[in-house]
Each structure stands twice: as structure tokens, then as C-alpha cells.
Design a binder for this molecule. Structure first.
Ligand SMILES: Nc1ncnc2c1ncn2[C@@H]1O[C@H](COP(=O)(O)OP(=O)(O)OP(=O)(O)O)[C@@H](O)[C@H]1O
Ligand SMILES: [Mg+2]
Ligand SMILES: [Zn+2]
Length: 215
């Protein structure tokens, strides 16, 4: 009589000719000995009904950092994303401390728009108020979730767009292509808006970036 494992797809595909114990096919993308998920890459919490995590499946934190690391290592990360590998890995909403300044309120508003998936948030405030921190967190969180996102100073964005004119050929196509890269992001965080001269050209690009009608 055949053992049941000889009949399962795992048994058929992995049965060794020499009769060694067949290795199960690996499912998931985490380490096979991961203490959190056992290799599946996802975790489910044993919590009671009513708990916010009840019935939810979440990405294993180790699997997540593995896939981000692979993504960053692969060299496909676009420098225009504007964050270091460490920032992409580590920045999260919990880093904003409450009661230090108004960053926690700004964080609530920004996070709400982020989670709703649409909207425009304008952060205005004195130096060291955590504005840049919040912008970077939004972008890092989005990148980890597989969204297209970028953090940049306005001057950097405008330089990238302006350098389209340096192309020998197809300047206009290149200009449109570059503009599109910035406007097609799921999350676009533009910092230091006040550091850029208000030329007509810059104003027009800013309006385009913000998707506001030009007047
Ligand atoms: N509420 C906070 N919780 C944790 N870290 C904070 C908070 N507020 C500020 N920081 C930290 O203080 C430093 C300055 O903050 P940040 O650069 O985000 O300020 P900013 O509002 O962008 O200032 P600027 O207008 O000068 O650009 C950063 O290292 C940031 O991480
Ligand atoms: Mg700043
Ligand atoms: Zn895992």
C-alpha cells in the first residue's frame, strides 16, 4: 500500500529516487525556521473577538524586512524615492512622540489621509517640529506597503524636471516623462517648499505637481 505522502503533489514532485524522505514544497517567502511565521511569511494573532487584530492576517515582520532588503539590494530602488534603505525599513508612525510639539496632531491628520488613500496635507510650522519626519514616515510606510512613493525637497524635484532641457533630443518628451514620474506617485511628499524662488516656471510646476488648476 502507498503511503499518503506518495500520492500528494509534494510527495510526487519531491520524492527522491533513492528513497530519502521527501522534502515538503516550501510555501511562503520567510526563513523556514522563522520563529514568527514558520516560513509562510504571514501571521495570524490568537486574539478574542472584538480585538482589532481578530481575524486579520498580517505580514510577518521578518518576511517584510527580508523582502524590503531584497528589493533594496536588487538595485532597482530609484534614488528619486529620496530615503535611505534604513529609513525605508525603520520609519513608522510610532516614532512621532506625543506632547513634544504639534507633530502628533500633524501625524494624526497625515496618517488619516494616508490610510484613506487620498487627499492633500499641507504641514506648516517652525523648525524642528517634526514635519520632515512625518513626511518621511508616510513615504517609508507606503514603500513598505508596495506603493509608489517619494520624498524630496521641492528644489530637488524642480531640478530633476528642469534637467530634461539638458537632453540633446526629445526635450519635451523627456520633460513630460519626468513630470509624470512625480505626479504618478501614490504618495508624494514634497519638503522645503519655502526654499525655492517663486519664478513663473517654478510656480507652474508646483501647480502641476499639486494637481491644482493653473490660473
Ligand atoms: N514629535 C516628535 N517625535 C519624535 N521626533 C521628533 C518629533 N519632533 C521632532 N522630532 C525630531 O527632531 C528632529 C527635527 O525634526 P524635523 O526635521 O522633522 O523638523 P521640521 O519640522 O522638518 O523642521 P524644519 O522646518 O527645520 O525643516 C528630527 O530628528 C525629528 O526626528
Ligand atoms: Mg524639515
Ligand atoms: Zn517570518
Amino acid at each position: 500500500m502507498n503511503h499518503i505522502s506518495d500520492l500528494t503533489p509534494e510527495g510526487i514532485q519531491n520524492a527522491d529516487k533513492d528513497g530519502d524522505i521527501p522534502q515538503p514544497i516550501r510555501h511562503g517567502d520567510c526563513a523556514p525556521d522563522c520563529p514568527e511565521c514558520g516560513g509562510i511569511g504571514y501571521v495570524r494573532y490568537e486574539v478574542s473577538v472584538g480585538h482589532p487584530k481578530f481575524g486579520k492576517v498580517e505580514r510577518c515582520c521578518y518576511a517584510q524586512s527580508r523582502s524590503i532588503a531584497a528589493y533594496l539590494r536588487s538595485g532597482t530602488i530609484d534614488p528619486r524615492i529620496g530615503l535611505t534603505a534604513d529609513e525605508v525599513r525603520n520609519l513608522n508612525w510610532n516614532l512621532v512622540r506625543k506632547g513634544v510639539n504639534q507633530a502628533d496632531q500633524a501625524c494624526v491628520t497625515t496618517r488619516k489621509a494616508f490610510e484613506e488613500g487620498h487627499g492633500l496635507v499641507f504641514l506648516y510650522g517652525g523648525f524642528g517640529q517634526g514635519k520632515s519626519l512625518i513626511l518621511k514616515i508616510a513615504v517609508a510606510t507606503a514603500v513598505r506597503a508596495g506603493k509608489r512613493a517619494a520624498y524630496a525637497n521641492l528644489a530637488g524635484v524642480l531640478d530633476d524636471i528642469r534637467s530634461a532641457y539638458d537632453e540633446r533630443e526629445n526635450k519635451m518628451t523627456e520633460l513630460v516623462r519626468r513630470m509624470e514620474w512625480w505626479t504618478s506617485q501614490d504618495v508624494l511628499a514634497i519638503d522645503e517648499l519655502d526654499k525655492v524662488g517663486q519664478t513663473d516656471w517654478a510656480k507652474e510646476r508646483i501647480f502641476q505637481l499639486m494637481d491644482l488648476p493653473c490660473s
